[in-house]
Design a protein around this ligand. Structure first.
Ligand SMILES: Cc1cc2nc3c(=O)[nH]c(=O)nc-3n(C[C@H](O)[C@H](O)[C@H](O)COP(=O)(O)OP(=O)(O)OC[C@H]3O[C@@H](n4cnc5c(N)ncnc54)[C@H](O)[C@@H]3O)c2cc1C
Length: 465
């Protein structure tokens, strides 16, 4: 009888009979891939081109029933499992090495109800698809700034974006979701159904099951908003970053302002402030006036623009398949010494593709109590992360080192934790810090819903003994 090797939940190798894989394949509507199959290499690719993980099996689920069958199969044979939403985790956690990957990329259905201003979204949809479907009805919900990010991973870890200051995180807009839990059961969670699970999935969701669909609250947005970018030369970046800090702190909830250090196409290092204002246009013009005036900037391209254009503006900076490395800090403020350190460190950036970002939080995000959802650090005002971006794998070390040096240098200014969704391989202490004082409650719930730590390739919470 022929067989093949596959990893178990704890990482050991075991042997599985071919006939069992064949049975699973026959039972799935979406199909099962093995190394050597025509679409196998495409299916295991993720956003970060550094990741080259090879699952022994890829279940291309076509619906919740496929997910439930795959989870039950994996549990029965004690297999290592990963779950792929949009494939954006920096360390490639969506794709397990040698185990069974549950691939949701065929489950991308989105149904918008303009009457109730809600959307039902399957677990493999991307943000670009969500924005396109909701904007067709003049609606939107909080989503991140790069269209090929997965709705699932983003929402389950929190989910910040241009609408967050007005309407809260993506997880704050979640009304309910359907999960397949570690016992292979379909479970719904909402404020009234399994409320403890609903609390946990809003910030620590990847630990609790495979989210097969999400129901979101939507809001009337656009299609026209005010948005764009102002640029300042690196020589003036210290003053401009200080201005950004003060300006963004006094901004109304309708304005989101992110700041970037980057290298322009003609090779100059520059500082950019990227804004999106979602309120009435005349009011927005007044709010944007100081931004337009300050400097004066090297260039200023802020004006009426579609919300969809704002939402896809980051795609060119983070293209699929290049090499990426980042580490991040949550900041409550941008202190003068942090400004000095940031500007001088960016001056030594080794790749013209790399960027250093301050993504603004605050507003409605901070008005939710820290114990209300598993997402904890609601007082953080900025997610601050340099992203090394390069193409030649021989050069990886120098680009990683640039990020690590920055991270050490900025540690004194950080709240001592980072965003769950930015975590890669930072280790257990940083995972705990990311959940903060909600960690103990999460351990109890992990024990209740996933006592064997079946879902472990994530910002992992260990169940209690
Ligand atoms: C270029 C880029 C831009 C980003 N911009 C933003 C931003 O603006 N705002 C923001 O908040 N975040 C942002 N992020 C971070 C992003 O939220 C995380 O990387 C998130 O985990 C991506 O989700 P995914 O589904 O694409 O990732 P995946 O790599 O597929 O999954 C990430 C984690 O979630 C788990 N998971 C995925 N789908 C499911 C599911 N259906 N059920 C259960 N578990 C699942 C995976 O197993 C894995 O542990 C960005 C990331 C990148 C790379």
């Amino acid at each position: 009888m022929s067989s093949f090797e596959i990893r178990t939940r704890t990482g050991d190798q075991t042997v599985l009979e071919e006939s069992l894989a064949e049975q699973l394949k026959k039972s799935l509507r979406g199909g099962l891939l093995r190394p050597g199959d025509q679409t196998y290499d495409e299916a295991r690719k993720v956003w970060n081109g550094m990741i080259d993980h090879r699952p022994a099996l890829i279940a291309r689920c076509a619906g919740t029933a496929d997910v439930a069958k795959t989870v039950s199969f994996a549990r029965e044979h004690d297999l290592l499992v990963s779950v792929r939403g949009g494939g954006h985790n920096i360390a490639g956690k969506a794709v397990c090495e040698g185990g069974l990957m549950i691939d949701l990329s065929r489950m991308r259905g989105i149904a918008v109800d303009p009457g109730t201003q809600t959307a039902r979204v399957e677990g493999g949809a991307t943000l670009g698809e969500l924005d396109a479907a909701t904007q067709a009805a003049g609606l939107a919900t909080t989503a991140g700034v790069v269209t090929h990010t997965g709705v699932a991973g983003l929402t389950l870890g929190g989910g910040v974006g241009r609408l967050a200051r007005k309407y809260g995180l993506a997880c704050d807009n979640l009304l309910s979701l359907e999960l397949v839990t570690a016992d292979g059961q379909r479970v719904n969670a909402s404020a009234t159904e399994n409320p403890d699970l609903f609390w946990a999935v809003r910030g620590a969701g990847a630990n609790f099951g495979v989210a097969t669909s999400f129901e979101f609250q939507l809001h009337p947005i656009g299609p026209g908003v005010l948005g764009g970018v102002v640029l300042h030369p690196l020589e003036k970046a210290k003053r401009a970053l200080k201005f950004y800090y003060e300006y963004s702190q006094s901004a109304p909830d309708e304005l989101s302002a992110d700041a970037f250090f980057l290298t322009s196409p003609d090779g100059d290092r520059v500082f950019a402030i990227s804004v999106c204002y979602i309120g009435p246009i005349e009011q927005g013009e007044r709010v944007l006036e100081p931004l337009r005036r300050f400097g004066p900037p090297l260039s200023e391209e802020v004006g009426p623009i579609s919300y969809s254009e704002v939402q896809s503006a980051g795609d060119a900076v983070f293209p699929i398949g290049l090499h990426f490395y980042w580490k991040s800090h949550f900041l409550e403020e941008i202190a003068d010494d942090a400004i000095e350190a940031t500007v001088s460190h960016f001056a030594s950036v080794p790749s013209p593709k790399s960027v250093l970002v301050f993504q603004q939080y605050g507003g409605a995000v901070s008005r939710v109590a820290e114990t209300e959802t598993a997402y904890r650090h609601r007082h953080a005002q900025y997610d601050n992360f340099p992203t090394s971006i390069w193409t030649d794998s021989q050069e990886s070390e120098v680009h990683r080192e640039w990020v690590r040096e920055w991270w050490d240098m900025m540690s004194p200014f950080s709240i001592g934790a980072e965003y769950v969704n930015n975590l890669g391989e930072e280790g257990e202490d940083r995972v705990r810090a990311a959940y903060g004082d909600n960690y103990e409650r999460l351990v109890t719930l992990k024990h209740k819903y996933d006592p064997t730590n079946f879902f472990r390739l994530n910002a992992n919470i260990q169940p209690s003994a």
